[in-house]
Design a protein. Structure first.
Length: 400
């Protein structure tokens, strides 16, 4: 899900020197140099005015403020100490130089940088010192109330600058938090989509390849003795592989980036179960389908039911010596129910009920999407898969 200065991997962009500054931002050295240049130019003008006035004290104060401008180049590395030093160096110029208080410009930059650098204690301590020492000391040393008022006005303006800087910092923090949230949602959505595609491909390929393997074995076995039945097996292989390719294209079509519309095929539903049974029959498994449903089943639920039945029948073909299987679709007041059972026995030591099986995991993931559950259990020598999908969850998904 990154520090405050980095949003998320999804927002990381190439360095500015590779493809130009990101989002039109200036090079990294510009924010450090601009305050120095702007403050320095203003202080040079102020020093020129002081030289023209001919008062050594004002000239010295102006030069000191000019030196404070040069210190701003270090403000990003040590914002707290720099704001305190700049405040000390600029206060005499603010008090002594005539005209607009341009000597406070370096202090404005230092304050803004310090707020961005989370050096609030340094900022408020420096402004308090300027107000107390500058205001009271200016009046006591110079016996000039105007100097004290001038310094206090500058401090008030700087407090407003602090408030604006805090508001900008808070806004930037909110933007970063929102960016991290958006990036996390995108990552989560991408992960969910990746899992969905993997689950669809597993169901399509596992079923189709299992059917093809069985039919190819039958064809090879009957090639010499019963060529007509071997030909039927080859035709079934062709039909199964063609249907599988269409489904795979439909699943992967959304990944196109060239703007070409994917070839869309209708999603399988309960009306496709007889075709599924016919395919299983070609592999030597006689499937009996019964439906005891009076209410209309949402299309999304029918698709999940189809995939679960497809995976369960694939497991029967792969892992059971049974020649028959039953599929029952029913309903209760609270759930849609699917039962797939075979009399067994198993033919493989490892079945999909093992910890490494992905088919049962996929069934449970699909059922969980609709607030349901899957029970997979041995029944005598055979096996049974019982699935319930909550009608409340499926109705919300259908009409949302």
């Amino acid at each position: 899900m990154p520090s405050d200065d980095t949003v998320d991997d999804a927002f990381v962009e190439p360095p500015w020197h590779v493809n130009g500054p990101p989002h039109g931002r200036p090079p990294v050295w510009v924010p450090s140099v601009v305050p120095v240049v702007v403050s320095g130019l203003l202080q040079i003008i102020s020093v020129g005015i002081a030289v023209h006035g001919g008062r050594p004290v004002q000239i010295v104060a102006g030069v000191v403020a000019l030196c404070a401008s040069a210190l701003l180049v270090l403000a990003r590395r040590a914002p707290g100490p720099i704001v305190a030093i700049v405040a000390a160096l600029c206060t005499p110029a603010v008090a002594l130089l005539a005209g607009p208080p341009v000597a406070a410009v370096p202090l404005v930059f230092a304050v803004v940088i310090a707020i961005r650098g989370e050096a609030r204690v340094w900022v408020w301590s420096s402004l308090g010192a300027v107000a107390l020492i500058g205001g009271i000391g200016g009046y006591l040393l110079l016996e000039n109330a105007f100097v004290s008022v001038r310094i206090l006005i500058v401090v008030i303006v700087l407090c407003l600058v602090v408030a604006l800087s805090e508001a900008a910092r808070a806004r930037r923090a909110r933007y970063r938090a929102a960016s991290r949230t958006i990036a996390a949602r995108r990552k989560s959505a991408a992960e969910a989509e990746r899992l969905r595609i993997a689950r669809e491909l597993h169901d399509v390929l596992a079923h189709s390849l299992s059917q093809i393997s069985v039919q190819a074995g039958v064809g090879l076995h009957l090639f010499d003795s019963e060529p007509q039945r071997a030909k039927e097996s080859l035709a079934s292989i062709k039909e199964t592989s063609s249907r599988a390719l269409d489904e795979v294209r439909g699943v992967l079509g959304m990944l196109r980036e060239d703007g070409e519309a994917p070839a869309l095929a209708p999603e399988p539903d309960l009306a496709s179960i007889p075709e599924l049974a016919r395919t299983a029959r070609a592999a030597g498994l006689e499937v009996t389908v019964s439906t005891a449903v009076t209410d209309a089943i949402p299309s999304a639920v029918q698709f999940v039911m189809y995939r679960i039945i497809q995976e369960a029948l694939t497991n029967v073909v792969r892992h059971s010596a049974a020649r028959t299987a039953t599929v029952t679709v029913s309903q209760s007041a609270r759930a849609w129910i699917v039962d797939i059972a075979d009399p067994g026995p198993k033919t493989h030591a490892e079945s999909e009920t093992g910890s490494t099986g992905r088919g049962l995991v996929g069934m449970r993931e699909r059922a969980h999407q609709f607030g349901g559950h899957v029970i997979a259990e041995a029944v005598g020598a055979g096996f049974r898969v019982h699935v319930e999908l909550a009608r409340s969850a499926t109705d919300r998904m259908e009409y949302s």
